[in-house]
Design a protein around this ligand. Sequence first.
Ligand code: GDD
Ligand code: MG
Length: 334
Amino acid sequence: MQAVILVGGFGTRLRPLTFATPKPLLPIANVRQLEHLIAALGSAGVTRAVLALGFKPEPFFQAFPDGTCAGVDLHYAVEPEPLDTAGAVGFAARDAGIDSTFIVMNGDILSDLDLAALVAFHRARGAEGTLHLTPVEDPTQYGVVEADADGWVRRFVEKPQPGETESRVINAGTYVLEPSVLDRIAPMQRVSIERVVFPAMVADGCLAALATDDYWIDTGRPDTYLKANLDLVDGTRSLILSSVGANARVSATASVTHSVIGEGATVDDGSVIIDSVVLPGARVGSSVRLERSLVMGTVGAGASLTDCVIGVDAVVAPGSQLVAARVPDPATMG
Ligand code: GDD
Ligand code: MG
């Protein structure tokens, strides 16, 4: 089976980190997010992953020079212009010659979903498409789904207004689709799968959905990106990864608690790191205090950072006291 992974978004909410690295290539506990997704697809029997790319494709080519990831063959489908979610699925699936049941995944989620069970559910229903659903507290930033007891979707509302629907169950961003769904997507047009294609399939009564309470997280915001990292090192997930990457150098007098230290990063004497991610290659000077922060660049000695996001080229001056800062501030950048 083949899978299309949507990785063409801009990663706006994770700036400045995504100025340097597209969101799907940012590591989550030292493994690129895309690699987590493709490993899960591979375990479910996917042999080729089609990357639906737009914005900045080159880092993807460089990240997987032999054209495979987690033992799965890659196919790159680079859109000439952003075609939105359905346009991107249509473009990528046609580019890869997909002509049998396939999986689609948003590139900015992580979950412990049993993909093979989703495919089996889809086949048992005889659906044209099947969505994975997950419960959330505040559904307004998601695609909200109302389904009946037999697993058929009755309503799909993308980013509903408060009060527009009672449902707290959302589209979790993994789909099983029949190739006939491609006939619903006009080639080379900007079309949203959530706003156009799914509502049309609901009207035709052919869109099914499986809700599960597996671990699920949207990694697109600094707080959720941080949580996705920490959940992989503290036993929250079924998978537990090491919190210190290869060739990282952490001083014996530094204290690192509930945090991830990236490959090749350095943490100097006397620093205290709590609930934070020090990304690959970052430099944390001596006596620095980091709390709930994401650091890609350099933090000078004695600085104290709480709820901060520090980009790859940023240098935080020694002794700085920063709270909820982004350096550089994306609001002042192009
Ligand atoms: N190739 C390509 N081209 N990819 C795109 C494009 C495009 O024009 N636009 C968006 N994407 C990719 C993004 O990179 C992301 O992986 C995925 O499509 C979904 O787009 P987002 O912009 O992240 O959407 P969202 O997070 O607001 O909502 C989506 O995800 C929610 C779950 O996290 C929707 O699918 C919601 O219905 C869903 O609940
Ligand atoms: Mg998203």
